[in-house]
Design a protein around this ligand. Sequence first.
Ligand code: CP
Length: 309
Amino acid sequence: MGIKEKDLITMGQLSKEQIEEILSTAKEMKNIIKRDIKKIPTLRGKVVVNLFYEPSTRTRTSFELAGKYMSADVINISTSASSVVKGESLRDTGYTLQSMGADIVVIRHSMAGAPQLLGNYLNARVINAGDGFHEHPTQALLDMLTIKEQLGSFAGLKVAIIGDILHSRVARSNLSGLTKMGADVWLCGPPTLVPPGIETLGGKVTYNMDEALQDADVVMMLRIQLERQKAGLFPSLKEYSQLYGLTQEKIKLASKNSLILHPGPMNRGIEIAGNTADSSQSHIREQVTNGVAIRMALLYLMLGQQKGE
Ligand code: CP
């Protein structure tokens, strides 16, 4: 089936069947990551460009490794050391990369809609690696792979997403993907950090962390962005941590074998206690490994399949 649309911008564009195909392809890709020699020839001759206008450790590195494990040529553009600082537009940067042979551009940008805009200009394929507060579809897919590996399926699972929902592209992509697959998604945070009306997208909203945690199968903690306190969206980090931080005590409200997830980077001791992040229920490091597998699967499905496959 593959990904028929030229670009991957949102979780909403993927059908249930496409999500299942991406997850099962990623499962196969994990076998390659586990090998001593992590190399297959699938993308030989293909060019993957990472165009990151915002900082990233996990997403950029995993796209780079994913491409390299499949023998693509991978180029990383750090916009702070590129002609972007001389005022080059997104469109001209995109045309420049395409003219040099880019087959796919992976873009992270602070402006929602930038990946879609770039995709409209280019013949090369485009993957959204996070755009503003909009979406981060490859993060949702790696979260879903982690959940599927541990719990088998999504239907009927209670997934609590806790923290700064308002500014979280991770929350929006997970809400879209997980509800499509039949999970019961709860969104929880201080009222100032939960956008009014988000429940119309299919989740349940609570401002009470205990209610979100009660019998949850999956607890996904979000990074609290420290600059939000300066904006007056919550009184203090200490109060935020007391009301919305995950601890060993609070996780007892969730199902006995609940999974703890966090997209990273984490603020240990604020949204999640250090010992909770490192506990046996935490799958945060597995999420990182799954990030490479998901990005291999996407590059394969978008670049590596022959016509008719
Ligand atoms: N989860 C995530 O997107 O992490 P990075 O910002 O390090 O890519």
